[in-house]
Structures are given as C-alpha cells and as structure tokens.
Ligand binder design. Structure first.
Ligand SMILES: [Zn+2]
Length: 430
C-alpha cells in the first residue's frame, strides 16, 4: 500500500494550472496524486490520514531563491538544520542557499559536501548556488560545467557584486551554454562606499552615511546591456530602487531575458520606518525611500518583479549589537515572508491571491527550472502549505532560526502557514 495523506476542503490556489477552487488534495508516496472535489468521500480512501483545510488556502510550498544558511563556517548564526526548520515554519519548502559561506562554495567537492549534509540535516529541499568566481574575489571564473555536474542549481557571487563587466560577460556566455541562471547582487562599490542606510533625508537626520539608489541602478543597467549582448539569462537579486524597476520593465518589454526578485523588508518598509540606530534594521541594499517602495509594489503587480525572496541573512546578537555603522548587513526572513506578503500585498490589495502565490512559489520555481515544485499538479512533489490568510499574530523571539535579527519582530501580521508538508511529510504544524 502506498503511504497516503489527504488535505480536505481547502481553497486550492495553483497559479501554474490557473486553478482556484475548493478541492481535496491526495498525496501518495511523497507526491501529489490527485486534486479533485470530494475525494475524501471515496470508499477506497476511507481511513487515510487527513488534514482539514476547510476555510483555509492550500498552496504549493514557497520557493525562496535567496537564502544564506551560514554552513559551513558560521554555524553559530545558522545551520542547514535550523535554517530549514525556520523555512518550514514560514511555509517555505525549497530554498536556494547562496555560496558566500566560509569557505566559499566554489568547487564541486564543496557542493557535494553541502548536498550530502542537506540530505541528512534539512527539513525541506535545499538547492545550492555555486560561486561565479573563485573565493568570490571577482578575479577568476569557477568551473561552471563541473559545478553544474556536482548539482549547482544556479551561479552567484551574492553578498558581493560582480564589479568587472568583462568577467560577467564571459560568465553569462558560459552559463548560457550550460543553461544555468546567473544571479547578480547589483551594487557599485565605489558609490555605496560601505554606507549603512539609504542616502536621503532620513539618513541626514540620523547623521548616518547613506548609499544612493544609483549604486544599484548603474549595475542593473549595465547587467541589462550584458544580458542583451550575450542573449543569456540574468537574474537581479533584491531589487530596491524605483529606477531599477523602471529599467528592468523596459528591458523586459524589449525581450531581454532579465528577471528579478524583491525582499519583504523592501516592499513592506521604507527608510522612514527605521527606529533609532537598531542594526536589526541594517541590510544591503538598505530600506529605500517611500517612492522606491511604491515602485516595488507596482513591479510586483505587473510582473516586472518575478519573485519574492527573503535574502534571509542570519547574524548573531553580538555582531548586531555593534551598532548601525559597524554591524554586518542582513536580516532574517524565512519565518515571516509569507505573513508579510499576505499582510502588505494581499490584504492591502496590491496582489490578488493567485498573483501572490505566483510570486512566492511558481514564479521562482520557474526561474530555477524546477518542474516538480511550485505547483500542485499530479506528479509534483508534495510540498503543500495550508495557509490561514486571516490569522493575526506577532512574530517574536524565540525564532526557529538561530538568529533573531529581524525588523518584523513585534509587528502585527495578518496570515500565516498553519501546516507545511515537504515531500508529503509534515514539517510544521501550528
Ligand atoms: Zn545580496
């Protein structure tokens, strides 16, 4: 007998199949085997363990294509085990872990080690990016074909920008031949100059050094030109500035193969929300101006921004207590991304529920070429989330992440994951 489970009576939202209707979802041996009305009444399915989803949404698990799990090298801040438990709690069932670990994930053996570690430690699916350049130094390209053979799901030097345009051009040409996505962290270091917040009135009032929006946009515009020149796919990480959104929209209209993502903190907050000098609000790129935030909302609504990704970046309390100037950049986000998206995009009518699920799940699954993820179509992996869109809650420590550096602590949110299944196994239940 196959191992079976049935999720009954929920509103199934599956953008990939344009499905939005009350259905039962049958899971067999870790895969979706049927989505239909009234399955639970079938005599042959009597006695199958069930999850009651009446009054809730049932959606494909979230695919977060921008996550830092800190393993190896900084296991005090996060591990594959703790990061994936945090993900499961937030309804995230697939993550792409970035390569800026210590050491950097830039060789096939490093990738194989990490994938083996994930097989034993991870609560959900973990994919790994390989670095674009050796040691992320921006000098010599890694061996893309060997990284792909070892299981690299994408290529990125994220955490650092690729400052050398000629090198990025060659990277795009090689990656194109191999069908790998290059993800670029767009930041001109000569413009950002280590500043900790957005350059604008809020920075001036606080006496903090600001980085201008143009530090991002000049690199986005350069990347668009290189994507056009090479015909390769290029994905822009954590877009934060209005001018970047405009440039990406225009490039997409011209048929250039560029895609992008936005992080919950960037579309939910702006630089005026920054309370005092709390480094739990310090991230790169920083919270931008009010108009930048509105541009992100418009980009999410019209598809200029393809995906919501957290840039989950755990740092311990000691590092974050160094203050705005000295603390490291980054905030955690896996436990709150779905809830913040529901609160600030769905309940505020920026996105329909179908578009919301698209940006969180099927969109990023498509960018990474994951055929069995981001949908509840029969045959897909049984990564399923039961969502209560109206549950009111307040994220507070303790978090399942080893770190607690989030600007959303204490913020009232509306909506959350009630139950998360990864490959048919319950990995989170409220
Ligand atoms: Zn980054």
């Amino acid at each position: 007998m196959p191992e079976q489970m049935i999720v009954t009576g929920g509103l199934v939202i599956d953008p990939a199949r344009k499905l939005e209707a009350v259905r039962d979802v049958l899971i067999e041996d870790g895969r979706i085997s049927a989505v239909a009305a009234g399955l639970h009444r079938k005599p042959s399915l009597k006695g199958v363990p069930s999850i009651d989803a009446k009054g809730k949404w049932v959606i494909p698990g979230l695919v977060d294509m921008h996550v830092h799990l800190r393993e190896p090298g900084r296991e005090g801040d996060e591990t594959i085990a703790t990061g994936t438990k945090a993900a499961a709690r937030g309804g995230v069932t697939t993550v792409l872990a970035m390569a800026n670990t210590e050491p950097v994930c830039d060789t096939p053996s490093q990738l194989s080690f990490l994938r083996a570690k994930a097989r034993t430690d991870a609560a959900i699916t973990v994919l790994f990016a390989g670095a674009v350049t050796l040691g992320q130094k921006g000098e010599k390209l890694t061996e893309f074909a060997k990284l792909r053979a070892a299981g690299a799901a994408a290529l990125s030097d994220d955490g650092r920008p690729l400052m050398n345009a000629g090198l990025l051009r060659r990277a795009l040409e090689y990656a194109k031949d191999l069908g790998l996505l290059v993800i670029d962290h767009c930041e001109d270091l000569s413009l950002s100059n280590g500043a900790c917040v957005h350059e604008g009135p809020a920075a001036l009032r606080k006496g903090l050094k600001g980085t201008p929006w143009a530090a991002e946009t000049v690199q986005v515009v350069r990347d668009i030109a290189l994507a056009e020149l090479t015909g390769a796919r290029l994905h822009i990480a954590h877009v934060s500035a209005a001018a970047s959104v405009d440039a990406i929209r225009a490039a997409k209209k011209r048929g250039i193969r560029i895609t992008s993502e936005a992080a919950p903190h960037h579309f939910a907050l702006n630089d005026k929300d920054l309370p005092g000098y709390d480094a739990d609000w310090k991230m790169n790129p920083p919270l931008r101006g009010a108009d930048d935030r509105l541009a992100l909302l418009a980009g999410l609504a019209d598809g200029t921004i393809d995906a919501i990704a957290t840039d989950h970046a755990p740092h311990g309390c000691a590092a974050k207590s160094l203050g705005m100037d000295l603390a490291p950049f980054g905030v955690i986000g896996l436990e709150t991304s779905l809830a913040v998206a529901l609160t600030d995009l769905f309940h505020k009518k920026v996105l329909t529920r179908r578009k919301l699920v698209e940006r969180l799940s099927s969109g990023p699954a498509g960018l990474l070429g994951l055929k069995a993820k981001g949908t509840l179509a029969p045959g897909s992996d049984a990564d399923v989330v039961v969502v209560d869109p109206d549950a009111i809650w307040t994220p507070e420590a303790p978090f399942l992440s080893k770190s607690r550096n989030t600007p959303f602590a204490g913020r009232r949110l509306k909506g959350r994951a009630v139950t998360t299944l990864s490959g048919g196994r319950v990995v989170h239940a409220l």
